[in-house]
Design a protein around this ligand. Structure first.
Ligand code: ZN
Length: 125
């Protein structure tokens, strides 16, 4: 498993084995944000300092910009003559809300992977 795969699968950045989130399904109500404090396998502390995950908002922001650009370009290329722009915007808003739990988790996972190296032999006890 490489770093990108581990980030997408939301695995611990250090051992690539332990899960970051308590449930696999980001759409399970009440469990969307439930993270382990430490990796269940190697015990890496995920939130290395208070507010560490605020930075994940920048990752989330980039995803939203990318989504917006793709949606806007797609509208002018394929839908401009066929779909009323108001419906298109409503659809876009719906998509953003629907993707939120997934992107929230992915952003945190990517943020963790950006600040932690893959060190499978370094285990804390
Ligand atoms: Zn780990």
């Amino acid at each position: 498993m490489n770093k990108i795969e581990a980030a997408v699968k939301m695995k611990c950045p250090r051992c690539h084995e332990g899960d970051i989130f308590e449930t696999k399904n980001p759409y399970r109500l009440g469990k969307m944000t439930a993270m382990y404090k430490n990796c269940p396998k190697c015990h890496l502390k995920y939130e290395k300092e208070i507010g560490f995950f605020y930075g994940a908002m920048y990752v989330s922001y980039m995803f939203n910009i990318a989504l917006f650009v793709i949606a806007t370009v797609a509208y002018y290329l394929f839908f401009e003559d066929r779909v009323n722009w108001l419906w298109y915007i409503l659809g876009y808003i719906f998509l953003t809300i629907a993707l939120f739990p997934l992107l929230y988790r992915l952003s945190r996972s990517i943020w963790l992977h950006a600040f932690n190296k893959y060190e499978p032999n370094k285990v804390q006890h």
